[in-house]
Design a protein around this ligand. Sequence first.
Ligand code: ADP
Length: 358
Amino acid sequence: HTKSPRTIANHTEALQEVMNYLLDTENQIIESPSDIKAVGHRVVHGGEMFKDSVLIDDDVTAAIEQAFDLAPLHNPPNLRGIQAAQKNLPDIPHVAVFDTAFHHSLPNKAFLYGIPNRLYRRYKIRKYGFHGTSHYFVSRQYYKETGKKAQDTKVITCHLGNGASIAAVDGGKSVDTSMGFTPLSGLVMGTRSGDIDPSILFYLIEKEELTLANVHALLNRHSGLLGVSGYASDMRDLIEEADNGDRRCQQAIDLFCYKIKQYIGSYIATMNGCDAIIFTAGIGENSPLIRQESLAEMDYLGIEVDEEKNNNAERGTVQKISTNSSKTDVFVIPTNEELVIAIDTAKIAMAADQSPWV
Ligand code: ADP
């Protein structure tokens, strides 16, 4: 992981740099571009179209473009990345893996908002959910680890990074998740507000004469842990300052954990039970404090964290941190979105291209 900062004009040039790095004999990664048999692309928003990963063709490209409106910050650069990679590696399959796909199984009552139905029909305003590859991966790791069958199992997966979301996974399928139409809703995040009363916006637009761009920046970049603490978006910094006695940093941590606890409680109700709660991503994998606080005082629901196991959980491995008497298992499971993308890509590319290449 060496860093070599430089100015790069566009995605095509950036991909060329990546190719140079991969081909550099010192790095010993690949010997020739022909060693690359397929490219997998993470695409944030698949709209309502994609419930699985797909081989990218003109129709798929057009559908990603159609979802520009839904994810203006993510889909346009995603598509530029795809086109740049196709330019660099034109003769091999390219596969799109969507962050929304795993949540395609949400039932109507979980994805509809309480607004006029014509807005759903006309603009597809509904909950989509994100971090799908991560929720998918850690739930599968849990089945593998415990030997439980997906169809008989109810799990709640907590992906807690800079962006954070929780999913209810019943019978192997996502049945609800905390992010919504965009990745702004749900939990309090590093710089995103998560759920707020929408009337706050009308009020603020009037009081502070905010423009649309101001409101967008306020909720996406200046809110969340950063906004509440007035200090930092990074959980490590907040924990350190809270330890030094900073009250607002402590409030930001408390709010973060409280929202997690509330979502977990609501998803236990959604699924009428829960076999396991899984923590993953930067905060979920690394912070015993946040795991402990989020699950504190939930013994009524049968959730008991073993303090010692939680504090001593070895990083980078699957760890069970609940007590033996806990009705619900609590696990820390490192996520691996890249692996999901690689496996999906290999499967789809092999199916598309019959020539043996592995
Ligand atoms: P992204 O969503 O950008 O991929 P990550 O999953 O890498 O983010 O998570 C980043 C978050 O993880 C940051 O808030 C960071 O402070 C937090 N984090 C990493 N290590 C620790 C730790 N040891 N204790 C608490 N938080 C941590």
